[in-house]
Design a protein around this ligand. Structure first.
Ligand code: SF4
Ligand code: SF4
Length: 369
């Protein structure tokens, strides 16, 4: 059985957030009371890109502060780390409000660099992963994810947040190696999550992101915090909260397949507040709505002809070329001061849409429009 704690929390009022997270730790973290003075703890937020907290792109600083404060109350030494796709984490930390709170609690801000190889799970599909050495250097590791939509994967929750342990541009190599197969990408993420030494996972869904996330969606108040020791179980509960069948989420489906997560709702023990009677209304990303709506016989090789492809809204584009720099397939180039996407090379990973600071990457359909 997988215990998952759910707490309703409407706002980021610091005292209430701290109380809610303390309750979640007590509900669902067996190691909470065993924390010792002097323990070193690594906290990994969602640090996707340098956006202010109200954009809901990154874990809210009030959640991160409550976690840091509770750990410091136990005498722990905290470090906050991540590896954004393109920027330095210190840049993201400044804009997202992490740096200020880190200073307040003498916590270090860490770049997830210095790659080291760790073995994949026994009997897994992936032999090894390159992760940042920092992820192996602490007594405890807490994953503090953000509840968001994700154009390729549907939702990004606790399992997907751990992809940030793969340093910088090495993430692009995974996209290129796996291509368009989101089921296989989910399998890779589930296997990575299974071998990382994470003690506890928290999910910040007080203000979540719907629409075309994870970088340019719409903030929406869900008013929930979730936590537990098993990331796929938390993700399954979170998916149900917004009306998504966990079996449709590639990460949850893969975790259930390899036995590292629940394969049915009755394998999850709900603790904390009673669950909702009906799901929150919630907007999924355009490509996900298309993909999940396709009949089974089209979900194979023909899928790529139905999935939307990225296009540039030239009125919004400022020519920063971050999309070109992140594109794992080398499908984006600059031609006569405009950005050009070569669709025949595109693997529909939507990384360009994820990093565009101006929301200038839009989705177009080849056959449906
Ligand atoms: S990332 Fe966005 S704004 Fe920057 S060049 Fe690409 S489309 Fe234009
Ligand atoms: S153009 Fe965009 S969606 Fe296509 S491969 Fe490049 S980053 Fe991925």
């Amino acid at each position: 059985m997988f215990p998952v704690s759910l707490r309703f929390q409407d706002t980021y009022a610091p005292e209430d957030v701290k109380k809610g997270i303390d309750a979640i730790f007590r509900d669902a973290w067996r190691g909470y009371r065993a924390l010792r003075h002097g323990d070193t703890v690594l906290v990994k937020p969602n640090g996707l890109s340098a956006k202010p907290p109200e954009a809901a792109v990154t874990t809210h600083p009030a959640v991160l502060e409550a976690v840091t404060q509770l750990l410091c109350d136990h005498g722990c030494k905290v470090a906050i780390g991540d590896s954004p796709a393109l920027q330095k984490f210190s840049t993201v930390a400044r804009k997202a409000g992490f740096e200020r709170l880190a200073r307040r609690y003498s916590a270090r801000i860490l770049e997830f660099d210095d790659p080291v190889e760790i073995a994949g799970p026994d009997g897994g599909m992936f032999r090894a992963f390159e992760i940042s050495r920092r992820c192996l250097e602490f007594d405890r590791f807490i994953n503090v994810a953000k509840f968001k939509t994700h154009s390729m994967m549907g939702l990004t929750l606790c399992v997907k947040n751990l992809f940030g342990c793969v340093p910088g541009k090495r993430k692009a190599a995974w996209h290129l190696a796996i291509g368009e197969d989101r089921r296989l990408f989910g399998r890779m993420l589930a296997e990575l999550a299974a071998v990382l030494p994470v003690d506890f996972h928290l999910l910040d869904g007080i203000v979540a992101m719907e629409g075309n996330g994870p970088g340019n969606g719409t903030p929406t108040n869900l008013g929930v915090l979730l936590g537990g020791e098993n990331a796929p179980a938390i993700d399954a509960v979170a998916a149900r909260l917004v009306g998504v069948n966990p079996g449709e989420l590639p990460t949850c489906a893969a975790a259930s397949e390899i036995g590292t997560g629940p394969s049915a709702d009755d394998e999850i023990t709900p603790v904390g507040d009673p669950p909702l009677a009906s799901p929150f209304p919630f907007g999924l990303p355009d490509p996900t709505r298309t993909d999940w709506g396709l009949p089974g016989f089209l979900k194979g090789t023909l899928r790529r002809f139905f999935l939307p492809f990225p296009a540039v809204n030239t009125k919004r584009c400022v020519g920063c070329l971050l999309c070109r720099d992140v594109c794992p397939a080398g499908a984006i180039s600059e031609r006569e001061k405009t950005v050009f996407i070569q669709i025949s090379r595109c693997i529909r990973c939507y990384c360009c849409q994820e990093v565009c600071p101006e929301d200038a990457i839009v989705f177009r359909r080849r056959l449906f429009s």
